[in-house]
Design a protein around this ligand. Structure first.
Ligand code: CA
Ligand code: CA
Length: 173
């Protein structure tokens, strides 16, 4: 599931400018809080995405949305987010330069829910991103992910392990 959030020209400093350090702390705090509701693990990745890279790899014509989705899947693997016991990691991937994002959930989640499971989460994030409220969008999205995952993957007090790093991942290029 992916969404546009508007159309402005790209710049290499966009990844750094996307969140200031205070906002970054708030986003990480939202991840920590959401992971107290569910055994699911949430990460955020920000980057400038060069679409020609995916074009070469896939060898077929993909729409920009499909390319961003494929890249999200790739980043999920690069960050080794499949390394959770219940395969319940969720990546919020943001292609800052393209003004697009994807909520990508692992196999364990997709086994239990319908394909449009992330649509309400995407709508929440999209609503804030359109107003350039990026940290708010991420925070609200992360909170929503925690809530929706808690039904299928409840938090187990005293047993929970922080399986994936809560820090924001960035690739500036
Ligand atoms: Ca955990
Ligand atoms: Ca974590």
């Amino acid at each position: 599931m992916s969404k546009d959030f508007n159309n402005k020209k790209a710049s290499s400093s966009l990844v750094e400018a996307f969140l200031n350090s205070k906002q970054e702390e708030q986003v990480v705090a939202a991840i920590v809080a959401a992971e107290k509701e569910t055994s699911g693990e949430i990460r955020v990745h920000l980057e400038n995405f060069d679409t020609s890279f995916i074009k070469e790899q896939s060898g077929v014509d993909l729409t920009p949305k499909e390319m961003v989705y494929q890249r999200a899947q790739q980043v999920f693997e690069i960050l080794e987010m499949q390394n959770t016991m219940q395969r319940n990691g969720v990546l919020i991937y943001v292609a800052v330069n393209l003004r697009q994002f994807v909520v990508y959930g692992d196999y364990g989640i997709n086994q239990k829910v319908s394909a449009d499971f992330w649509s309400s989460t995407c709508n929440v994030i999209s609503k804030y991103f359109k107003n350039k409220e990026f940290s708010k969008g991420l925070i609200m999205g992360i909170s929503e992910i925690g809530t929706v995952l808690s039904t299928y993957f409840p938090y187990k007090e005293g047993e929970d392990i922080d399986e994936l790093d809560n820090q924001i991942s960035r690739l500036d290029g």
